[in-house]
Design a protein around this ligand. Structure first.
Ligand SMILES: [Zn+2]
Length: 699
């Protein structure tokens, strides 16, 4: 996330004018915990700010020394030295931002607001330091002298570009403008995130017993628990968290309530209150466009895409538009089929967006004799977790052992030691499954420590997977739906990349549109019969999932694909639309969204997967980057064919995937990595086939 990753060599000299360093701050000493994971129970809110300040002070000294070095610039004394700097700031940043995402509170939120502009300024201090850049440029210009290996060359090239892209070549006045923009953006981004969390937490739909018709028992139980926790025992509360809203939309027979909950969901951040994100987003779009122009790019998109596989907005639009054309007719056909059900049942209305899940579920039942509730008993969370572990074990030989007495980022999290087939230590994996008010929406994989080398010795990673899955309730264990199962496999794929990383340097330069390959490819194993038979066991009887049900899952693989693709592509196109605006790029978010979806022909029955005011991705690293899921889908579908050809658990293919993709990401060109694995460039046909976008549309 930060320009500066990893500044080692802790400087322990306390500055004369400042108070003594408080050595009880856990960030200042060895953690002394199992596998040196952060000592979460000892880290208090009060420790962060001093650690950030000290981290920046240490970093400044290191940068000063580096920039003022009188020796001739070399790869070692400049690029490698820069790479090693920033140990403390990295340490505290990783823990802090992982915690503000998964386990935040008022104190952390306040620190976030305070620290973000300071960190942005600190980053600018480094990338706009003329003496430092002069040395980096000298190494870059004279690289032939240094006999660099391919990874070193790649790192050098990218470090140099990072400086240039951060404004190192601009004149003083433009650099000052740039600093100001970065300051503003850092604050706006934090506020946007905090508003979405606030809006998600503050809304609850309370209903009476009579309003529960059609809902599954497990959902009713948890709704009762949520209402009770909110001080309204006897009522039932539904929220805009995924495990609550989507089963509600799927099964509630009350159309009015479905609409009410759906409207609450799609209007988060758009309620004209103090948590409204419209102005914030339009400011972010405007400032990013202005910054891109300052740096010599036509739009923010052009700026963002330059170092990615896609390279240009045109390449992104070519892919998205070609899929959009194919997806819309499939979605229209789905509308027709659902409207038939409505008409047959005597409903005198047109299908609306908030009706989709309800009638899609009916359609699934009708076409494939499959009901989401039939699957849940086979997807007990503990079993699914074992399924993911088994999958990774069969592919890569690694094992997972629970660690007892290990500090946890939240009491609900679980800790596992990951080991190689030969028993050697790979890293630590945390799993944190359920929603709570302190956690942001969605699912993600992060790290409390990245793999790196200290004096040539590897320091192993601490990786965390965070989800918002259905909770256990009452007697019932957590029973997942298929989408949640896929999400766990997905995030686990990111985790494998973090665990298998073998970077020689702390800096890594991952092409963001490649980053979903390791994750999305894992989703292909979810419904492989060979694996389903192992993990999908009934939570009461322990019986493996019946063959007939597996067949039904396979038969229904094209179910709802029109919808799934359309809502995803709509969001991807919206993101691109905002960030291909040229300065001044002033937009009214609500009318822009409406006009844009009208222009591209989004059908009225479908709403974009994210609407603007809660589209966290386009604030946090997926700006002009939400297309990455689709871009990488071309790669993952094509890459999985390699497994299909040899057997989905073929050790040789898995080994090649690990060595060429998972271990190398960020240290060599993404397309080259892919070529090394696949022996050729990716083809789009497997994606089209797997999503049912090739065969003629059924009528
Ligand atoms: Zn992902």
């Amino acid at each position: 996330m930060f320009l500066l990753y990893g500044i080692a060599g802790m400087l322990l000299t306390a500055c004369k004018n400042k108070p003594e360093t408080d050595m009880s701050n856990p960030f200042y000493s060895e953690y002394n915990t199992p596998f040196n994971v952060p000592p979460f129970e000892k880290i208090m809110a009060k420790h962060y700010m001093p650690a950030f300040e000290k981290g920046m002070a240490d970093g400044r000294k290191e940068i000063e020394a580096l920039a003022g070095n009188r020796e001739k610039p070399t790869f070692e004394n400049t690029i490698a030295a820069l790479d090693k700097s920033g140990d403390l700031i990295t340490r505290v940043s990783l823990v802090f931002f992982a915690q503000t995402s998964a386990n935040t509170n008022d104190s952390l939120q306040n620190i976030e607001v305070e620290i973000s502009p300071k960190l942005a300024a600190f980053n600018d201090e480094i990338s706009l330091n003329p003496d430092l850049f002069k040395r980096v440029k000298s190494v870059y210009d004279n690289q032939d002298e240094f006999n660099l290996n391919p990874e070193q060359k790649f790192i050098l090239e990218n470090v140099y570009k990072r400086f240039v892209r951060a404004g190192a070549n601009l004149n003083k006045q433009d650099q000052d403008t740039l600093r100001k923009i970065n300051q503003e953006l850092s604050v706006l981004g934090v506020k946007f995130n905090q508003n979405v969390l606030e809006e998600t937490n503050s809304y609850k739909l309370f209903v009476e017993k009579d309003d529960l018709a059609g809902l599954p028992e497990s959902l009713i139980n948890s709704a009762a628990e949520v209402a009770k926790a909110a001080g309204r025992e006897g009522k039932y509360a539904f929220t805009t968290q995924r495990p609550s809203i989507f089963p509600f939309l799927q099964y509630s027979q009350n159309r009015e309530l479905r609409r009410e909950l759906f409207n609450a969901y799609t209007n988060r951040g758009n309620n004209g209150n103090e948590f409204d994100n419209n102005k914030i987003l339009s400011d972010i779009i405007r400032l990013r466009a202005q910054r891109a122009r300052l740096l010599g790019y036509k739009t923010h998109s052009d700026y963002v895409l330059e170092p990615r596989m896609a390279k240009t907005p045109k390449n992104v639009f070519d892919l998205l538009d070609s899929l959009w054309e194919k997806a819309i007719p499939v979605a229209q056909n789905e509308v027709k089929e659902m409207q038939k059900i409505i008409d047959r049942e005597g409903g005198k209305f047109r299908l609306e967006p908030s009706d989709w899940w309800y009638y899609a579920e009916k359609l699934r039942k009708q076409k494939y004799d499959l009901d989401d509730n039939e699957l849940r008993p086979y997807f007990k969370l503990d079993n699914v977790r074992e399924g993911v572990f088994t999958c990774a074990n069969r592919l890569y030989g690694i094992t997972f052992e629970p660690i007892s007495g290990c500090p946890l980022p939240h009491p609900e999290a679980q800790a596992y030691e990951v080991k190689e087939a030969d028993g050697s230590h790979t890293g630590v994996l945390y799993l944190d499954f359920h929603p709570r008010d302190s956690k942001r929406q969605g699912a993600w994989c992060g790290g409390y420590r990245n793999y790196h080398l200290v004096d040539g010795k590897p320091v192993t990673p601490v990786v965390t997977v965070v989800c918002n899955f259905t909770r256990p309730s009452g007697e019932l264990p957590a029973l997942l739906n298929l989408e949640e199962v896929e999400t766990l496999f997905h995030e686990f794929g990111h985790a494998l990349e973090g665990l298998f990383c073998k970077n020689q340097y702390n800096s890594s330069f991952i092409a963001w549109d490649f980053v979903e390959l390791p994750s999305q490819i894992m989703e292909h194993w979810v419904t492989e019969p060979e694996l389903l038979n192992v993990y999908a066991r009934h939570y009461v009887t322990g019986e493996p999932i019946p063959a007939a049900l597996v067949k039904k899952i396979d038969n229904s693989k094209y179910f709802n694909q029109g919808f799934i693709n359309t809502e995803l592509l709509a969001a991807s196109l919206l993101d691109m639309a905002y960030y291909t605006l040229e300065p001044p790029a002033i937009v009214d978010i609500q009318s822009f969204e409406k006009e844009f979806f009208g222009k591209i022909g989004l059908i009225p029955e479908i709403v974009s997967r994210y609407r603007s005011t809660y589209f966290l991705h386009i604030i946090d690293g997926y700006d002009s980057g939400y297309y990455s899921y689709t871009w990488a889908a071309v790669l993952d579908n094509d890459a999985f064919e390699a497994f299909r050809e040899k057997g989905v658990f073929d050790k040789t293919v898995a080994e090649s995937f690990r060595r060429n993709i998972l271990e190398k990401d960020g240290t060599m060109d993404a397309m080259q990595m892919y070529l090394n694995f696949r022996g050729r460039e990716p083809q789009i046909e497997p994606l089209l086939r797997n999503r049912g976008l090739i065969p003629a549309v059924e009528n």
